[in-house]
Design a protein around this ligand. Sequence first.
Ligand SMILES: [Mg+2]
Length: 142
Amino acid sequence: MSTQTPQRDPWAPIVRLVGWLDRRNGRDQQEISMRLLKLVEEAGEVAQAYIGTVGQNPRKGVTHTREDVADELCDVIITAMVALVSIAEGNPDDILAAKLAKVEKRAARTEEPFPPRGGHDATCAYVSGMTSRCTCSDGGAR
Ligand SMILES: [Mg+2]
């Protein structure tokens, strides 16, 4: 039995949702602004749900579960995809794929070893790997 998740096209239902919104609300500047603001609203709901999982508000106690947080995260993803489809001047899937590749490439760079550390003070944060900048006592000119 395969443990891989079947590939799905998440864009098809998103395109249908955008069509529904377009038919109901149009797609003028005001509507685009509202779709972007909706993303902020949904992000706030993630924060609200997460705060509810830890019972940070003593008056309310624990009000949410991790499943609630996951549900709100899905709202953020869906809302962002709707906004992207609404404003994209190209294929949103290609735009997302290009961005993912860029982010993965940037992350992979942090796994590469730092350049040689010779010539630095023993207390230089660069030598210890704490930063990517030289903090040598001579002003960190390297
Ligand atoms: Mg929500």
